[in-house]
Design a protein around this ligand. Structure first.
Ligand code: HT9
Ligand code: FE2
Length: 348
């Protein structure tokens, strides 16, 4: 396919054994001002699972599914995979592509929203990896955030319906839908898009998360109340991060007489460690400790519609006149993230 000669999946990376945990966390937090206690705490989450994050296997599964989908649909592109923080590292993958003679790459990040952590950092890391690979480095186009693509939204709809069905029948109509995303510092949220660019006062990240929560609820066709909550807060306590925290909100809801919650991790692409620990372990314990019913919807993962979305985004990018399927009217992020995702607030 022209103009591209390879597809690259870019992900976060995660440890795959106890000995990987500390070096992985050092990679993630280098220069980010994360308190030592928070690191020790997050390390324990990984050690609880033998130091194995599910994210790398989820990427292998996605790579296999994308390869199969490409070949079934006549998309003749080799598929590469590189991570920002753990093997296979993006720098090594870009060097390998250069060695293979790859010239023009279309890339997709396993991250659907706009903000420095979820988009800008990927752009910066691509540039770093290209510089390291030298003059033979391929050109790499990163597909912009795809939060409102039906291939992201519809798997969430299906998975939310399945989660509702896991609740006792009498609880389904009244269960609160809590759409959960990674908290980020409020200054990073505000820098992710301005009101002049068409976002609300809190920036693109918050506006996009609200739009997807609304889209999923509408397409579910149920009357359950829904709201956005945040998880996995990090950083020093003095720094404001997006709220409410999922656990705090569950406690408040219990006080208001809500007896069931369905948590939908719409801020993520797969059920990785932050979903497994912070939701299935922590938030579920919070809810059950308060006598509430709890169900957690799966992230898109390797849902066939998500996999076909990858192909659609790739082919649409190769033939821009085809137009990209989008379910919201929020503006799209510029490909280089200038003026929004590219802004990295100083860690305080
Ligand atoms: C927006 C966002 C996403 C979603 C977009 C995307 O997917 O890219 C995301 C994903 C993920 N975050 C992950 C893990 C971690 N994130 C950390 C730290 C941080 N995340 C942040 C934001 C985000 N993170 C921020 C603002 C920080 C503070 C440090 C900084 O300003 O950069 C830390 C350090 C310890 C801590 O502080 O918690 C860890 C270990 C994993 C891997 C899970 C696994 O292993 O399965 C994944 C997919
Ligand atoms: Fe994170």
């Amino acid at each position: 396919m022209r103009p591209y000669d390879a597809f690259l999946l870019i992900s976060f990376g995660g440890p795959e054994g106890n000995e990987d945990v500390i070096p992985f966390l050092e990679n993630v937090t280098r220069g980010r001002g994360i308190p030592r206690e928070r690191l020790a705490e997050v390390g324990e989450h990984y050690f609880m699972f033998g130091g194995i994050s599910p994210i790398n296997q989820q990427c292998r599964d996605l790579v296999e599914a994308v390869r199969a989908d490409f070949s079934a649909n006549g998309v003749n592109l080799p598929v590469y995979w590189g991570n920002r923080f753990w093997d296979p590292l993006l720098t090594d993958t870009v060097a390998e592509m250069a060695k293979d003679g790859v010239r023009d790459v279309v890339a997709l990040a396993t991250s659907a929203y706009s903000c420095y952590s979820s988009h800008g950092a990927y752009i910066v890391d691509i540039e770093t990896a290209r510089e390291a690979a030298g003059p033979d480095a391929p050109r790499i186009d990163l597909v912009p955030p795809f939060f409102d693509h039906p291939g992201f939204v519809d798997p969430l709809v299906e998975h939310t319906r399945q989660a509702l069905e896991r609740l006792p029948a009498g609880e389904r109509d009244s269960a609160r839908l809590l759409f959960s995303a990674h908290s980020i510092p409020t200054d990073m949220a505000e820098a992710s898009g301005t009101p002049e660019q068409g976002y609300g006062p809190n920036g693109a990240y918050v506006a996009q998360l609200a739009a997807v929560a609304r889209l999923v609820s509408e397409r579910l066709g149920v009357d359950n109340a829904h709201e956005v909550v945040y998880q996995s807060r990090s950083g020093p306590p003095s720094q404001p991060w997006l709220e409410p925290d999922v656990n705090d909100r569950i406690e408040e809801l219990a006080g208001e007489g809500v007896s069931s919650v369905v948590v939908v991790p719409h801020g993520f692409v797969s059920d990785h460690m932050e979903v497994m620990y912070d939701l299935d372990h922590e938030a579920a314990d919070t809810a059950r400790g308060l006598g509430m019913h709890f169900a957690r919807a799966h992230a898109p993962g390797t849902h066939p519609r998500f996999v076909s979305m990858v192909r659609e985004l790739v082919t649409e990018r190769a033939a821009p006149d085809a137009g990209v399927a989008r379910l919201s009217d929020l503006p799209t992020c510029p490909a280089d993230g200038a003026g929004c995702c590219r802004v990295r607030p100083v860690a305080s």
